[in-house]
Design a binder for this molecule. Structure first.
Ligand code: SF4
Ligand code: SF4
Length: 158
């Protein structure tokens, strides 16, 4: 392919996927999707109330491809990781034997056209810590256990 042909191909606008309303009778939304729901999983977590709770979330966020979001008062852990059964054509490789959670998931309220906006979202440990500092009372400093310089060290049994 020549450089001109490459440039022309690069300029071609991406194919627009149909909206839900534009779907023709008999067509499935998944036929036009990149398998968005098969590229992450998300679980509700306890609402953090203490410094230790926020510290645990800080640990979650220390890992790659993890984010925390809050929607309608519920906190969620989201891991952006592709299902091993998602094929390169964005179809399920074990469709007739897929887990129940996949069977129960319906296109009627899936994220086909979702913009992934949430009430709150945290992507880094620094963000969650800053939030904790804003909503929690100040932390108590741990007791300083450094020995005071100059005092004799007592050894039991001598
Ligand atoms: S259920 Fe929705 S998000 Fe999942 S593949 Fe089908 S259209 Fe895409
Ligand atoms: S098992 Fe199939 S439907 Fe379920 S997440 Fe994996 S690819 Fe998607």
């Amino acid at each position: 392919m020549t450089a001109t042909a490459t440039a022309t191909a690069t300029r071609r606008p991406p194919r627009r996927k149909p909206t839900r309303e534009e779907l023709k009778p008999g067509e499935c939304l998944c036929d036009h999707c990149t398998g968005k729901c098969c590229r992450y999983f998300s679980l509700p977590i306890d609402t953090p109330t203490t410094w230790d709770d926020y510290d645990s979330i800080r640990w979650y966020l220390a890992h790659q491809h993890v984010l925390i979001y809050v929607e309608k008062g519920t906190w969620y852990l989201l891991v952006m990781t592709r299902c091993n059964y998602l094929r390169s054509d964005n179809r399920c490789g074990i469709y007739f034997n897929r887990p129940g959670i996949c069977r129960e998931y319906k296109t009627t309220n899936c994220e086909y056209d979702a913009d992934w906006s949430f009430d709150k979202i945290f992507e880094t440990p620094e963000q969650i810590w800053e939030y904790a500092e804003a909503v929690l009372p100040p932390r108590r400093r741990p007791r300083d256990r450094t020995p005071v310089e100059g005092l004799p060290i007592v050894t039991i049994g001598e």
